[in-house]
Design a protein around this ligand. Structure first.
Ligand code: HEM
Length: 472
């Protein structure tokens, strides 16, 4: 990782893109996040006995995937994109590598510390390692606080926000993202310190679940919507982003609060019945508003004219036409399929949230579990979106004209979708089917067990492709 100096574009004074975030995100995913996911799915799928500390692997996997894999991609790309959207340079560009160092050190300490903790129980190293794991939370908290502070200071220099319509329309989404980062980092730190004080192996499960909902609902989904709205109309020639994007964000925020706040152990212990009712209402509303977002965004339906129809730009004579309905010549592979697949997973997740919310309100057991819907969001939607957008965006940021290998993009598509199907589908099949067709149980269990290895294959393909792109 290069630290200094940060070379800036002298005209715009914008800092150059830091690929280090992408390498650390990929390294975290390949060496730890997906690998631990592969281990836990293998153990659960093939019915191996779960040791006492098994849940520490699940918590480590969840944290690394959210913060290390998706989170570092978001930080790296947002530090490049947000100042450009706002037309102001970063106030402290030399913080970019410092934030990365803090995050990388925190994630490494967490990976090693929390994974070995169950094996050290009763030994002399148990308590020091437990405090080192708490230290990882402090390092990450410092990195995240610096990141949010850098964005806030930078955005503070905009002046009249009405002069920046591109930023104005997605500002509430970035507001949610920054709040979510701070809330999650603080909760994570408190839970790790509490774990060390208790001399425990895992963090408090109820509050950990709450923190995960905060990260997914306030960071991942809003930032994915904001980047989609600003980037995808250009890449996929969608309709102009002139629909009520801000209003949608506020309704989303209300639905998030209704869904998640009552789920905090504080409220769910105090008044379990009303908390469940309000949370189910929030779930129904969030699923609904996400479906509305996708409908308005028009990415899967294409009911509106593309934004280019309103422009009077004709390709210069003799210029090769771009791919039909797209802005490229195929030099980034069939990245659009990954993006369409990601949005299909999002629609599925939202439909299941509507179903679960409605069932709970009517007094029935929710038909789909939280874990399946969660992986539709984070693996199906967020991960496939990262796969698709990164091969389209990052070559340009590295001043390359194309991605190294279009076949690897195709491989990412097939492996990524297969991993998501194998991870999620077994949890959706009703028990009756397994009773009626006993062989289906073995197939479902094997698919679940192997989903992690397949997902690891997908992220490896992306890593190799981006590495080769950077090296060409
Ligand atoms: C194919 C890839 C993946 C596999 C095989 C996998 C597997 C698993 C398994 C078996 C669990 C435990 C579920 C339970 O408690 O019943 C889990 C939990 C979780 N996973 Fe994944 N996962 C994958 C990808 C991802 C991705 C990409 C993300 C996020 C970007 C993610 C985030 C989480 C979270 C947040 C939890 C909950 C952790 C907790 O309870 O503390 N997973 N995963």
């Amino acid at each position: 990782m290069r630290t200094l100096p940060v070379i800036s574009d002298p005209k715009t004074r914008q800092a150059e893109f830091r690929i280090g975030y992408i390498w650390v995100a990929l390294a975290t995913a390949i060496c730890a996040g997906f690998t631990i996911g592969a281990h836990v799915s293998f153990v659960i799928g093939f019915d191996f006995p779960l040791g006492e500390g098994f849940y520490s692997f699940i918590q480590t996997h969840g944290h690394l995937q959210l913060v290390g894999w998706a989170g570092l991609f978001i930080i790296g790309i947002s530090l490049h994109v947000i100042p450009r959207l706002a037309s102001v340079p970063l106030t402290h560009p030399h913080w970019i590598p410092r934030i990365l160092w803090l995050m990388a050190a925190g994630l490494l300490l967490r990976t090693i510390g929390h994974s070995v903790l169950p094996y050290l129980a009763g030994g002399v190293f148990y308590i020091p390692v437990n405090w080192l794991v708490a230290g990882s939370g402090l390092l990450e908290w410092c990195g995240i606080a610096m990141y949010v502070s850098l964005l806030l200071r930078t955005l503070g220099g905009i002046g009249d926000i009405r002069m920046q319509p591109a930023l104005l329309s997605v500002r509430p989404y970035f507001g949610m993202m920054m709040t979510g980062w701070l809330l999650y980092a603080t909760l994570n730190l408190i839970l790790l310190v509490q774990m060390a004080v208790r001399k425990g192996i895992v963090m408090d499960k109820g509050w950990n679940e709450f923190a995960l909902q905060v990260f997914i609902g306030l960071v991942l989904l809003p930032v994915a919507f904001a980047f989609s709205v600003r980037m995808l109309p250009l890449y996929l020639t969608l309709r102009a982003p002139d629909w009520p994007i801000r209003g949608t964000a506020y309704v989303y925020l209300i639905s998030f609060c209704l869904l998640v706040v009552p789920m905090s152990p504080l409220f769910s212990a105090l008044a379990p019945g009303p908390a469940r009712f309000v949370s189910s209402l929030g779930m129904l509303l969030r699923g609904g508003i996400i479906l509305w977002f996708v409908w308005q965004f028009d990415i899967l339906t294409r009911r509106y004219e593309p934004w280019t129809a309103k422009q009077d730009v004709q390709p210069s004579p003799g210029r090769r036409p771009t791919r039909l309905g797209l802005a490229d010549y195929g030099e980034f592979g069939r990245f659009e399929k990954l993006v369409y697949a990601a949005y299909t997973w999002l629609v599925l997740a939202a439909c299941f949230e509507v179903l679960d919310g409605a069932a709970a309100l009517l007094g029935y057991q929710p038909p789909v579990g939280t874990d399946a819907v969660r992986h539709m969001y984070v693996l199906g939607f967020i991960t496939l979106l990262i796969f698709g957008v990164s091969v389209r965006l990052i070559p340009g940021l590295l001043k390359k004209k194309c991605v190294a290998n279009a076949t690897l993009v195709e491989a990412t598509l097939w492996l990524g979708n297969t991993a998501a199907v194998c991870r999620v589908l077994p949890s959706l099949i009703p028990l009756g089917v397994f009773e009626a067709i006993p062989a289906s149980l073995v197939v479902a269990q094997s698919a679940f067990a192997l989903s992690g290895v397949i997902g690891l294959g997908a992220v490896l393909c992306l890593g190799i492709n981006l590495w080769r792109t950077a090296g060409t």
